[in-house]
Ligand binder design. Structure first.
Ligand SMILES: Nc1nc2c(ncn2[C@@H]2O[C@H](COP(=O)(O)OP(=O)(O)O)[C@@H](O)[C@H]2O)c(=O)[nH]1
Ligand SMILES: [Mg+2]
Length: 305
């Protein structure tokens, strides 16, 4: 596990050019928002920085990735960095790498992300390793396969700023591009969301969504245990058990770039993970009903506003 230097690019127009320049050629970084040290050598306290030490306007955009060299490039280019700056957010982008064997890390670095290489295996383990290192007030996580819309990040973080501690991008309330999800997967997603809602008696329309946003202090307070693709179910279960409300924002879901890592049998693992948390956890505390935005018709992702 460790960090490699990433870089913040001020101009989106320069990003494509930057993608193929070697890291040696790049100008010195303007601001250092990540510890440039091996985690093992981190100064005491860095890994469990108290919540009130979080950078107030900071936004951590986290992209879990395992062999997504094409997907991650597309996602990084679509992040509306200028729009976020105009909203007053100071965003830092982190690639959460699962020891990719393709050019994922190199592409991400060249497009302005800081690279964090996980030591364990699985998406859940990667996220749990990364969370204690977050120094920004807000966190957004989205898959790096091009299926989730970076253009919607401002909408999610505005919801956070309005006082919602956790926000999920819901494909079920939004739209699913033709061919982006098989009927079996759609049914599986609906069944798992219904099951999760019943089990915890709190409605969620898309428990398997790969796009979430958090007040980082709340995120750090969740006792997540997921190792793999049950991460999202784990987040939902922990929020339910702690009485943390989840706001839903409709999002469009698009076809994947590159090969999927999730297999159908993961659905069962996710269902078991929900049951395990429900049995081990105490009774869910009553929470505000999930706050949902009205579903909207989405235009295909265009250039950043
Ligand atoms: N860091 C890390 N990321 C992973 C791992 N496995 C999958 N991912 C990433 O997690 C995201 C979701 O995986 P994906 O195969 O798209 O699953 P699906 O969207 O649920 O079908 C993608 O961005 C993957 O690259 C892993 O072991 N470690
Ligand atoms: Mg995917």
């Amino acid at each position: 596990m460790g960090w490699t230097g990433g870089e913040w690019h001020e101009s989106t127009a320069s990003i494509e050019r930057e993608a193929f320049r070697s890291s040696r050629d790049r100008p010195a970084r303007g601001r250092s928002s990540v510890p440039e040290v091996e985690i093992e050598n981190a100064p005491p306290g860095l890994l469990d920085r108290p919540a009130d030490n979080l950078e107030a306007s900071g936004l951590s955009i986290v992209l879990p990735a395992l062999n997504e060299e094409r997907g991650v490039a597309a996602v990084l280019r679509r992040i509306p960095r200028q729009g976020l700056r105009r909203l007053g957010f100071s965003a830092s982008i982190y690639l959460l790498d699962g020891n990719s064997t393709d050019r994922t890390r190199a592409v991400a670095e060249r497009l302005g992300a800081s690279v964090f290489v996980q030591s364990g295996r699985g998406k859940g383990s990667a996220f749990r390793e990364f969370v204690p290192t977050i120094t920004e007030r807000f966190t957004v996580v989205l898959d790096s396969d091009g299926t989730y819309p970076p253009e919607m990040i401002p909408r999610l973080v505005k919801k956070l700023r309005a006082g919602n501690p956790v926000v999920v991008g819901s494909r079920m309330r939004g739209s699913i591009e033709r061919g982006a999800m098989s009927n079996a997967n759609l049914l599986g997603n609906r069944l798992l969301s219904g099951f999760a809602s019943l089990l915890f008696r709190i409605r969620i329309s898309d428990v398997c969504s790969g796009m979430w946003a958090f007040d980082s202090a709340k995120l750090k307070s969740l006792g997540l245990t997921a190792e793999g693709f049950e991460l999202e179910a784990d987040i939902f279960a922990e929020c339910a058990l702690r009485g943390i409300p989840i706001a839903e924002v409709p999002i469009p879901y698009s076809k994947r770039i590159g090969e999927p890592k999730l297999r159908l049998r993961e659905g069962l693992r996710i269902a078991f993970a929900l049951v395990r948390k429900r049995i081990r956890g105490k009774e869910p505390r009553p929470v505000e009903p999930i706050v949902a935005e009205r579903a909207e018709i989405f235009a295909p992702p265009g250039p950043e506003a």
